[in-house]
Design a protein around this ligand. Structure first.
Ligand code: FAD
Length: 391
């Protein structure tokens, strides 16, 4: 289905090579220690992954969402957390490139393309995740600044990022609420100039899986930020900007799901040919063959939906329906495939010595991040009803 250019093929080969040689041998160890993969991130910088989609004029490679999605599949096949290090950064680059002013593009994209400054995305709050318009963080104009107050939750890359793309309410009384929402480019540790007082990033939240990459809270207490850190020039555009960003985020989650599911399938089909029961390889028992057949088929369908959604977005067509369908299908398929792979592994699948144990803990996050499955279904149904509206 995909006709890849020579450049795309070479990028995918390079990432696959990195994953085979540098990631797979140590992923379990780092994951069990919940350790940030410093060395691998340096290698990701060297091969240009943080600038993969940044235009060449700003020092990036200038590749599109299809290349990005294929890269994420490879990384997540090795260790899903690596795609987490990349993803909020990729969304930050996308938002600044698409909605930022010329000055913002010149200021941020070159230093982001090298990976020296990486981005996080702060949308969710302790009391608002799915209900994005329910956020309470406020940014109120005062002189040349905004004064920000509120609390953000679940920031992937919260500790090591230099920029946080932060969704706020610049008009908390707007009706409907989305008209009062804006996005701010918050510079923090590693940022230049140093952040003003009033910005506090919490500790790494301990998670079930998706370890190694940190997840934090972030609190603003009368934090002052210059008004030129508003993304773009107009207040009230934040909701539209974030929905656009989420669309590519959903393609990214579908790509991660395909990566994790591919690995779970590979581990199962290998194990099934090695493990013997009742005098023959378990792969020769029909019950196991049915698991393998179902896993392989579902995985293939997830890949096709991923490619289709990414290609549609790259072609500039409206693709919120396809992105939601791909996210929903691929993340649910991944969850099903890791569960089947665990079954194929029998008791050993429950041991930390086997990769499937990690994949089994990573997969559920994909049902939640960038919009839960329930939310995807509401988006899909709304769009289908629009498309099939009775005349
Ligand atoms: C590890 C991790 C990393 C994350 N990283 C980030 C990040 O970098 N940046 C960021 O901004 N956020 C991040 N998130 C937050 C994530 O996007 C939210 O958790 C997610 O959107 C769900 O929101 P919630 O947790 O508040 O659940 P809620 O919105 O409270 O939902 C709870 C349940 O109710 C259901 N529900 C809610 N509303 C409806 C409805 N209208 N119809 C049907 N069902 C509904 C949900 O599907 C879910 O089952 C991260 C989360 C995790 C766990």
């Amino acid at each position: 289905m995909l006709e890849l250019s020579d450049v795309q093929k070479s990028i995918i080969e390079t990432v696959r090579d990195l994953v085979e040689k540098e990631v797979i041998p140590i992923a379990e160890e780092l994951e069990h220690k919940d350790e940030f993969p410093e060395k691998i991130v340096e290698q990701m910088k060297e091969i240009g992954l943080f600038g993969l989609t940044v235009p060449e004029d700003y020092g990036g490679i200038g590749e599109d969402l299809v290349t990005y999605a294929l890269t994420v599949v490879e990384l997540a096949r090795g260790w899903m957390s690596l795609s987490g290090v990349l993803n909020t950064h990729f969304m930050g680059c996308y938002l600044i490139n698409k909605f930022g002013t010329d000055e913002q593009r010149r200021r941020y994209l070159p230093i982001m393309a090298t990976g020296e400054w990486r981005a996080a995305l702060a949308m969710s709050e302790p009391e608002a995740g799915s209900d994005v318009q329910g956020i309470k963080t406020k940014a109120i104009k005062d002189g040349d600044d905004y004064v920000v107050n509120g609390q953000k939750m679940w920031l992937t890359n919260g500790l090591r990022s230099s920029l946080v793309m932060t969704l706020v309410k610049t008009d908390p009384d707007a009706d409907p609420p989305h008209k009062g929402m804006s996005m701010l480019i918050v510079e923090k540790e590693g940022g230049n100039p140093k952040p003003a007082p009033g910005l506090d990033v919490g500790k790494n939240i301990e998670k079930m899986g998706y370890k190694g990459v940190e997840t934090t809270e972030m609190t603003f207490s009368d934090y002052r930020i210059p008004q030129d850190r508003l993304l773009g020039t107009e207040e009230g555009e934040g909701f539209r900007q974030v929905l656009d960003g989420i669309e590519i985020g959903r393609v990214n989650v579908a790509a991660r799901a395909v990566g994790v599911a591919t690995r779970a399938f590979e581990e199962a089909i290998k194990y099934a040919q090695q493990r013997k029961a009742f005098g023959k390889a378990i792969a020769e028992h029909q019950a196991i063959q049915i698991h393998l057949a179902e896993m392989g088929t579902t995985l293939e369908a997830a890949k096709l939906m991923l490619y289709s959604a990414a290609q549609k977005k790259v072609a500039g067509e409206r693709s919120d329906l396809e992105a939601s369908m791909a996210k929903l299908f691929a993340s649910e398929a991944c969850h099903e495939i890791v569960t089947k792979s665990l079954r194929v592994h029998g008791g050993y699948g429950y041991s930390k010595e086997f990769t499937i144990e990690r994949l089994y803990r990573d997969a559920p996050f994909l049902l939640i991040g960038e919009g839960t499955s329930e939310i995807q279904k509401t988006v899909i149904a709304r769009r289908l009803l629009e498309n099939y509206k009775l005349k």
